[in-house]
Design a binder for this molecule. Structure first.
Ligand SMILES: *Cc1c(COP(=O)(O)O)cnc(C)c1O
Length: 341
């Protein structure tokens, strides 16, 4: 009798189709990093592809290789690399490899085979990418590595901070300049030019370039502060549930706690749904959460919905706990069983 995360594949399918439609005709890569934001990568990767995703933004090489072994043939984008990253395997699997530093460029060029490289320029987020000052040299080096057959520059990309429209506009201008230099001056011919994630893809058509990478919105969670997922026509994909295991006076205890991803800071603030009624959370320990039930009948075995369909939204939990909906769903640990429809 423990917590279960129900994963609604139909809702995810709906969201992916709806998002593809919103940004059409721009192709969409669906981000499935962090185990698909806690939802389960393997399964949702397949749903995303069948719903029409042009590719998948995976994060690291091992995860992408596991998808290739499972028969996923669409472009798989990886951009987080470490000292032990197996670029030879990445190239053999035809992965689209994000490259942020000279060391990575050297590593993919010396690995056997011809690497599909996406050069990243830092447009202000300072979370890796070539510095604007190093961009010219990086492009020229990439051009010479391409001419000698070691790499193909298949993309130029960056990532927005999504902090304000002004900051995004500045980043977009830097990005456009970097793309113009790489193509017009250096003669690179990248197939994919990509900058936008959920927020910019939906709200700034001028940020779409030739591809967008959409993550959180596909899980039914809004990237905006002033609208929730439902307001965007999206459906909740994860529903976290746990049964009532004890009833004492006006308190019911459910068998999910902070070890299962329930934010401890929610005590006294959050509410969860039991039998369709929202109940105030009074305590969260490692394995249990207490709620006030008043005098109406809640019985052992009744199901509580912490968030998702039939309960509060992940965005609501994010508000209560001072974070973003991404963190709420992604923080549900893998030991919590995922049950999908
Ligand atoms: C997480 C991530 C995305 C998706 O971002 P969302 O805001 O969840 O849509 C896209 N691109 C990169 C590089 C990312 O790290």
């Amino acid at each position: 009798m423990t917590a279960i995360a129900r994963i609604d594949r139909t809702a995810f399918d709906h969201n992916v189709r709806s998002l593809i439609n919103s940004v059409s005709p721009t192709p969409v890569w669906i981000a499935i990093k962090a185990n698909a934001y806690g939802h389960g990568m393997q399964e949702l990767a397949e749903v995303a592809v069948s719903a029409g995703a042009h590719g998948l933004a995976v994060l690291d090489v091992p995860a992408a290789l596991s998808l290739r072994s499972a028969g996923v043939t669409v472009p798989l984008f990886v951009w987080l690399h470490g000292a032990t990253t197996n670029f030879a395997a990445a190239i053999a699997a035809g992965l689209d490899i994000g490259v942020s530093t000279r060391a990575q460029l050297d590593a993919v060029a010396t690995a056997p085979g011809t690497a599909r490289v996406h050069l990243k320029v830092d447009t202000g987020l300072h979370r890796n990418g070539f510095d604007v000052d190093d961009w010219a040299d990086a492009c020229r080096q990439a051009r010479s590595l391409q001419d000698s057959g070691h790499i193909v520059v298949s993309g130029i990309w960056s990532h927005l901070a999504d902090t304000s429209a002004e900051a995004d506009a500045r980043a977009r201008a830097l990005f456009s300049d970097a793309v113009a230099f790489a193509t017009t001056t250096v003669g690179l011919t990248p197939e994919y030019i990509h900058l936008a994630a959920s927020s910019a893809a939906l709200s700034q058509p001028e940020s779409r370039f030739s591809l967008v990478r959409i993550g959180i919105a596909a899980y039914g969670i809004s990237p905006f502060d002033d609208r929730d997922g439902q307001g965007l026509g999206l459906r909740r994909v994860m529903t976290l549930t746990a049964p009532v295991v004890e009833v004492q006076g006006e308190t019911a205890t459910i068998s999910a706690g902070w070890a299962d991803g329930v934010p401890q800071v929610a005590s006294g603030i959050a509410r969860i749904s039991i039998n369709g009624v929202l109940r105030q959370v009074t305590r969260v320990d490692a394995h249990h959460t207490d709620v006030v039930i008043g005098s109406d009948g809640v019985d052992i075995g009744d199901e509580a919905v912490l968030w998702g369909q039939g309960g509060p939204s992940a965005e609501q939990w994010a508000d209560w706990t001072g974070t973003i909906g991404d963190e709420i769903v992604t923080s549900v640990p893998t030991h919590v069983r995922r049950v999908s429809n």
